[in-house]
Design a protein around this ligand. Structure first.
Ligand code: NAG
Ligand code: NAG
Ligand code: NAG
Ligand code: NAG
Ligand code: NAG
Length: 324
């Protein structure tokens, strides 16, 4: 695939998170792993404009973080490790999670809120007391949208790295475009992986096949790491422990590849960096989607005390995806 580049390229990379499309697609992927029961319960939580789709709702948190009202949540999108990639990578929750919160604490907080919301919806379903005209409780809708977003963000290696503000201050070139390392991982590499020329205004339908392909590879166990390993910690009753594991995994990639292979003088699209990053980005997106699906299934279908085993694991190497 040859990309034709023009100087008027404006890639909608706000340097805050996986690009909007990527967040949406992680949500759409996760939807395919939800049980019908989970889908039905969550359908009562989102505001009506999302039509019950966490994929449609999964990018909301970035826009919200940039409003006056939502500014407090901006820092919830990452955790700033105090390490030195590529020589040394580690996440230390107590030291690295800022006082106003970080992606790990935000996942824990919003998961806890969402659990109450789920119990509330279940109780109303039992008594048939749904209100006409939608049931949206904004605290609950926001919690579901934040959880759907943050399980994506935490899989982006540079959302678990404090160096140079998550790579936002690292100037690089990608296919002759001057950009920052953070944006390369948020958008340029996923689009490169999906064979989408970065200057095109592409539609949802252009991107969808690439992400659908990842779903099919998850189901066939075709990644260099087996899906049952990704879901080893998907019990929403231990959210800090799980989120910290996910952040640590992402953070390790900063040493192994993101900074480890980086040549700041090179064009990252041409020097092999992008090609080598594709399997990493595919793996991280696939993990985010499967974990999100399992997380929500466990929250809705699992016991509150945590019976995650019923929803994840392997049988003869095959991932057990809920009750599907
Ligand atoms: C909303 O979701 C329902 C059920 O998934 C679907 O049949 C319907 O077409 C959707 N409506 C819109 C406007 O997307
Ligand atoms: C949890 O989230 C709510 C908003 O849903 C926020 O008001 C509260 O400060 C958060 N708590 C922590 C400890 O982050
Ligand atoms: C929204 O849901 C939360 C969590 O279940 C609950 O604490 C709150 O009272 C609800 N708000 C309204 C207006 O029902
Ligand atoms: C990048 O720019 C240089 C010089 O302006 C040009 O020679 C080269 O063909 C460009 N590369 C790509 C991939 O467009
Ligand atoms: C985008 O594509 C997905 C399929 O991958 C579809 O389910 C969804 O409704 C589309 N969303 C929007 C906002 O068009």
């Amino acid at each position: 695939m040859k990309y034709i580049l023009s100087s008027s390229i404006v890639l909608a990379a706000t340097a805050a998170a996986w690009n909007t499309d990527v967040h949406n697609q992680i949500g759409f992927m996760a939807e395919t792993f939800l049980t019908p029961h989970t889908t039905s319960i969550l359908g009562h939580i989102l505001e009506p404009q999302y039509n019950g789709s966490i994929g449609r709702a999964a990018a909301w948190a970035d826009g919200y973080a940039h409003t006056d009202e939502g500014r407090f949540s901006y820092q919830w999108h990452w955790i700033d490790s105090h390490d030195h990639p590529p020589q040394d990578c580690h996440v230390n929750y107590v030291q690295d999670c800022a006082s106003g919160g970080c992606v790990v604490s935000a996942i824990a907080n919003q998961t806890g809120i969402l659990r109450e919301c789920v119990e509330d919806v279940k109780a109303r379903a039992r008594t048939g007391s749904f209100m006409a005209g939608g049931d949206a409780n904004l605290t609950c809708s926001y919690a579901l949208k934040w959880v759907s977003h943050f399980l994506g963000d935490i899989a982006q290696p540079l959302h678990a790295s404090g160096k140079a503000a998550g790579g936002n201050f690292v100037k690089v070139t990608f296919g002759n475009i001057s950009t920052e390392l953070h944006a390369v991982w948020d958008g340029y590499i996923p689009y490169f992986a999906a064979s989408i020329p970065p200057h095109h205004r592409f539609s949802n339908t252009t991107l969808a096949p690439f992400f659908a392909g990842l779903v099919s590879r998850i189901r066939k166990d075709q990644f260099y790491e087996a899906p049952y390993m990704w879901t080893a910690c998907t019990d929403p009753a231990t959210p800090v422990e799980c989120a910290l594991r996910w952040a640590s995994e992402s953070n390790r990639l900063d040493c192994e590849y993101v900074y480890g292979r980086l040549d700041e003088k090179a064009d990252l699209k041409e020097d092999g960096y992008a090609v080598g990053a594709v399997p990493i980005v595919e793996l991280q997106i696939a993990k985010a989607a499967l974990r999100l699906g399992m997380w929500l299934n466990n929250l809705v279908g699992g016991d509150v005390q945590g019976e995650g085993e019923a929803w994840s694991g392997t049988i003869k190497g095959q991932v057990v995806l809920g009750e599907l």
